[in-house]
Design a protein around this ligand. Structure first.
Ligand SMILES: Cc1cc2nc3c(=O)[nH]c(=O)nc-3n(C[C@H](O)[C@H](O)[C@H](O)COP(=O)(O)OP(=O)(O)OC[C@H]3O[C@@H](n4cnc5c(N)ncnc54)[C@H](O)[C@@H]3O)c2cc1C
Length: 390
């Protein structure tokens, strides 16, 4: 038996736990990966049930009283990261100790999966947020293997992925060598819709896409744009009308159904650490530093989390702040899907993508005008303008 289809997050704990290979992860009609049991191979051992975080919820950590404003002192790393680069510094600390990092990165076809990283030179492949759901694959088995070999492990993922890893690991989830970090998560969009987006970009740009950065900070962290590197190596900042995947993400148009009732969209956290963008920084107590290169918010939820912060403090700027200052809807309540979600998926099946984009994903004229003006301003004025025009 598996959990109810609408509660399943696709964490792949059951798939990793099955000793008979009777469970496979298959893509559903909306493009999300789901477990499927081959009844003829199933021996009813019940390990899939035992490892399911929906059927056996893991204990959540109490809210952290303080939030750390944090950024990497390595400028290129900070600029290449979505927020302040806290993830890269945690990963580096683990690798330098001979440990292994498991985090999400794209392959050459822009397929997003949890990857195993053992070398510093490969860290770039798992840096930056990709705003669609990643494939956990067999990484949970690899995490178990690495812990059993006595190696330090860092696993970073959305809260439901971290819950899946912990439920799968059973008693090993308490291993002092394991550090988990959950991302503050506003919902996991469909990988199937992202694939359609890639096809659309290839067609409209007339060339293949090598990589995509949905939070390009060249202008500023507070005014990120979407950029792509094309197959010839040239970089393009996408104009409004081509940036529709991010619009759909912000409008929660194609999130996984379970995100509507997410049990982790809360101040109680599933990881040893929580990392996100430090939105709201300076709203209660002023800050004495510029923010435009990006600032991570880091919450330490367990003693292991405290240990991890100790390990990066020499390489980061870290300031302790009141956690009330952190403005995060994703830590208050689940991100309910857009009311047009069902209609969107129905149309996506039968209409050409351009028609669907026009119907559901055009930003209103106010937002478009605001972005157009912001893109013309120098970085120093951009954040001020955006704040005033909100
Ligand atoms: C789907 C999604 C929704 C998010 N929503 C919010 C939000 O509402 N508020 C907020 O403050 N922050 C959100 N974040 C987190 C934020 O975008 C940054 O990932 C975080 O601040 C870490 O940034 P960094 O600078 O430390 O490092 P970065 O190098 O930018 O780290 C990115 C980390 O996220 C992992 N990652 C990237 N894409 C995925 C994915 N699809 N699934 C699982 N792991 C992934 C990478 O492997 C890496 O570990 C979200 C992230 C994702 C992936």
């Amino acid at each position: 038996m598996l959990c109810d289809i609408n509660s399943c997050s696709g964490c792949a704990a059951c798939f990793n736990a099955c000793p008979k290979g009777a469970i496979s992860m298959v893509e559903d009609a909306e493009g999300f990966s789901r477990p499927q049991i081959d009844e003829s191979a199933c021996v009813r051992c019940g390990l899939c049930d035992k490892s399911c975080p929906v059927l056996n919820p893991v204990a959540l950590n109490p809210p952290s009283p303080k939030a750390l404003a944090c950024w990497s002192l390595d400028n290129p790393v900070r600029l290449d990261s979505t927020s302040g680069g806290a993830f890269s510094e945690l990963a580096l600390a683990v690798l330098r100790e001979g440990g292994v990092v498991f985090a999400s990165g794209c392959d050459e076809n822009l397929y997003l999966r949890v990857r195993r990283v053992e070398n510093e030179s490969d860290l770039g492949s798992v840096r930056q947020s990709k705003y669609w759901q990643s494939d956990v694959g067999t990484s949970l088995r690899e995490i178990k293997g690495a812990l059993k070999e006595g190696r330090r492990v860092l696993f970073v993922g959305t809260p439901c992925q971290v819950a899946g890893a912990r439920a799968y690991l059973g008693d090993l989830q308490n291993d002092p060598l394991l550090w988990t970090a959950d991302l503050i998560c506003g919902g996991a969009p469909s990988p199937g819709v992202f694939r359609k987006y890639l096809d659309y970009l290839r067609e409209t740009l007339g060339r293949g896409i090598r990589s995509i950065n949905m939070r390009d900070k060249t202008k500023s962290w507070e005014f990120p744009r979407t950029s792509v590197v094309l197959e010839d190596g040239s970089k393009r900042i996408l104009r409004e009308e081509k940036d529709w995947f991010k619009t759909g993400f912000y409008n929660r148009l194609f999130n996984r159904p379970c995100c509507d009732e997410c049990p982790y969209a809360n101040k109680t956290r599933v990881g040893d650490l929580t990392i996100g963008d430090y939105w709201g920084l300076g709203s209660l107590d002023p800050v004495s530093y510029p923010k435009k290169k990006g600032v991570s918010a880091v919450l330490c939820n367990t003693p292991r989390g405290e240990m991890a912060i100790e390990a990066i403090k020499e390489r980061c700027f870290i300031e302790e702040r009141k956690s009330d200052e952190l403005v995060q809807r994703a830590m208050e309540r689940p991100a309910k899907s857009n009311r047009r979600r069902e209609a969107f998926f129905a149309d996506l099946k039968k209409e050409p993508i351009r028609v669907v984009v026009k119907k559901y994903l055009r930003r209103n004229w106010k937002t478009r005008l605001r972005s157009a003006v912001a893109s013309l301003l120098p970085a120093s004025l951009c954040a001020k303008f955006l704040k005033k025009s909100r």
